[in-house]
Write a new protein. Structure first.
Length: 138
């Protein structure tokens, strides 16, 4: 996960203001750690994640974990022919349910990889993928 963020990347996240100018004002007021932005036309500043509130840090970690999840089609698992056969023989409804569960499991893994505690990761993945938290505990 990246550690430096532009004001426009922080807009509206974790209780921050909804306009980049106001984020910059808050950064100056609260003396956030800043550096010159790299590769940005016209300059600007980037702010270190450690300067942000815990709520904002959590929101950024959550956002990074959500962005990290790959769709099931892109994952490269071992091919289990028996499992593939069962999947192909299943009804459309059962296949959709299996796809949703796979996406939720991948989301759970992304949260765990980001360092979230297990129960928080389970709840976050369940909410993000609209499945029950209990189904991810099995």
């Amino acid at each position: 996960m990246k550690e430096w963020f532009l004001a426009k990347e922080l807009v509206g996240i974790g209780g921050l203001p909804n306009h980049a100018t106001n984020v910059t004002r808050q950064a100056k007021k609260q003396n956030w750690e800043a550096r010159a932005a790299k590769g940005v036309k016209g300059g600007g500043l980037e702010y270190h994640i450690s300067s942000l509130s815990l709520e904002t840090q959590r929101a950024l970690r959550l956002q990074a974990a959500l962005a990290e999840v790959k769709p099931p089609e892109m994952a490269q698992p071992k091919l289990n022919l028996d499992l593939v056969r069962k999947f192909n023989e299943a009804s459309d409804k059962a296949r959709e349910k299996a796809k949703a569960k796979t996406e939720a499991c991948l989301q759970l893994k992304a949260f765990l990889d980001q360092g979230f505690p297990l129960m928080q990761a389970i709840e976050g993945a369940a909410k993000a993928k609209n499945v029950s938290a209990g189904s991810l505990k099995n």
